[in-house]
Design a protein around this ligand. Structure first.
Ligand code: RB5
Length: 149
């Protein structure tokens, strides 16, 4: 199950992402918004991020104007590693090295075809583990307020 959430500025990319998930045969849960009215992206980021953090959804895709604010908000939820990507190299490496569990993209930054390519890469690339696991563990220790050196 993939979580999707967006604000008004990200709404334009949502049909593209839903089309991709349907093409890939992946189930999704849409946490809104479906309205073009101006709204507050942290609300939607939190809904989707909590679903990923709880395990209800394996991964999440967030959409706002830039992909920045909605990622910042999602990363305040414990257990979330959300990255903003506008191209596929970063999307692949965010999975391989950082075990990112949420992807944010900006509808004012990239178009539908690029967003689909970035999301497809993110959803199909695996974590490499090994030395990267040690570093991800350190990130999560920082989140718990622990010393890491
Ligand atoms: C909304 O105007 C815009 O600020 C939001 O979508 C996002 O880009 C914030 O980071």
């Amino acid at each position: 199950m993939i979580a999707i959430a967006n604000d008004h500025a990200g709404l334009a990319l949502k049909p593209e992402i839903i089309a991709l998930l349907n093409e890939m045969g992946l189930e999704y849960r849409d946490f809104g918004t479906d309205s073009p009215e101006s709204c507050h992206y942290p609300i939607y980021a939190a809904r989707a991020a909590k679903a990923v953090a709880s395990g209800e959804c394996e991964m999440g895709i967030l959409l706002c104007g830039t992909g920045l604010g909605i990622a910042l908000a999602a990363n305040k939820v414990r257990g979330i590693r959300c990255v903003t990507c506008s191209e596929t190299v970063s999307a692949a490496l965010s999975r391989q090295h950082n075990n990112a569990n949420m992807l944010a993209m900006g509808a004012r930054v990239i178009g539908g075809e690029v967003a689909k390519a970035v999301a497809r890469t993110f959803l199909t690339t695996g974590f490499l583990g090994g030395r990267h696991q040690t570093r991800v563990d350190m990130i999560m220790a920082l989140e718990r307020g622990e010393e890491i050196e």
